[in-house]
Design a protein around this ligand. Structure first.
Ligand code: AMP
Length: 177
């Protein structure tokens, strides 16, 4: 596996606007250009297939982590597939050995993966950088919620700063270098 690994959380939905998937391809190219291998949820669903296809096109290492109950949905052309029993184990395995966690625009699964990773970073159990790609303001509501947590004392400011919200590919590259 490439020395630096990034886990990418993203949408499993079909029918989202093409611009989100275009952004996902750009993000994978940026990761590859910065020397990262990729870890993903390993299925052929939605943006996950888009990032897997882009990694394959680039000849980038891509490990897909997939629960056994999703058998049949696996992305067969990943460099390697790792099977887990549960979604919780999957999240743990996705993060393992990575030094960067990236959430692209996504739904509740992506949010769950992102917030679990940020929580682990807060308590020192994830040492990588945490990045949410705030493409076209997608993550503004989450930013506002985190700021609300800080202003009410529910979250300390240094922990809030463990997550970055780049808005452009240039800002993204600056975050992940
Ligand atoms: P969502 O953001 O709700 O579309 O969920 C996608 C994210 O959660 C991905 O990063 C996956 O790791 C995980 N996930 C949740 N549901 C699924 C599913 N049906 N198929 C594949 N991955 C899923």
């Amino acid at each position: 596996m490439t020395e630096r690994k990034a886990v990418v959380f993203c949408s499993a939905s079909f029918g989202i606007d093409d611009r989100y998937n275009d952004l996902a391809r750009d993000a994978v190219r940026a990761l590859h250009g910065c020397g990262y291998g990729m870890v993903s949820g390993g299925t052929v669903k939605g943006t996950m297939k888009v990032i897997a296809d882009e990694a394959r096109r680039l000849g980038m290492e891509h490990v897909g982590i997939i629960p056994v109950f999703m058998k049949g949905l696996e992305y067969r052309d990943a460099t390697r597939l790792v099977w887990t029993d549960t979604m919780s184990e999957r999240k743990e395995a996705m993060r393992a050995g990575t030094c960067l966690a990236v959430a692209l625009p996504g739904g509740i699964g992506t949010l769950d993966e992102l917030i679990e990773t940020l929580t682990l970073a807060k308590i020192g159990r994830y040492g990588g950088r945490v990045v949410a790609f705030n493409f076209e303001g997608f993550y503004e509501p989450l930013k506002a919620l985190l700021d609300h947590y800080v202003s009410t004392g529910m979250l300390d400011a240094p922990s809030r700063d463990l997550i970055s919200f780049p808005e452009t590919i240039g800002e993204f590259v600056a975050c992940i270098k």
